[in-house]
Design a protein around this ligand. Sequence first.
Ligand code: S3P
Length: 167
Amino acid sequence: MLDVILVGFMGTGKTTVGEVLAANFRRPQIDLDAEIVAAAGKSIKQIFADSGETAFRQLETQVLQQAFAKSGILSTGGGVVESAANRKLLQQTSIPVIYLQTGPAAIFDRLKGDDGRPLVQQLGQAGLRDLWQRRAPLYQSVATHTVTTDARTPLQVSQQIQQLLSQ
Ligand code: S3P
């Protein structure tokens, strides 16, 4: 069974925090983006370029469904809440869902040069802020807990999550 699911916008630290939690709990880490890349046999950038975002989202839903049968710490991609089917899966599970929340300005600073994230390059800073605002309530709608990650290290964030999970 999955121990915990991390959701949140791109660049909020889901993968890194997932790695720290996996090491601390001695559990496998599952990264949804990495699973998608393995399933498609190409990078996320290439999936977007070859098949578009809709095809990427369909693959993301399939891989999320499969991930529920695995065990460990699941880090999702930032757009996992776009699909109503994914939100339903996340809302209905008894597994804790942690929303890692970082403000849009800090996220843009972290990601502006990141060539591997096609959406950031497509949207620019204003578009990224709009997307963040549209998605924020979607993350809230699936989360059992919210943890702010603006000015905190992945280790600090992981410690807070471990505290929340032990309550
Ligand atoms: C996306 C976030 C990415 C990746 C893809 C789309 C999004 O994951 O799934 O580029 O729509 O926000 P990260 O949140 O790990 O960057």
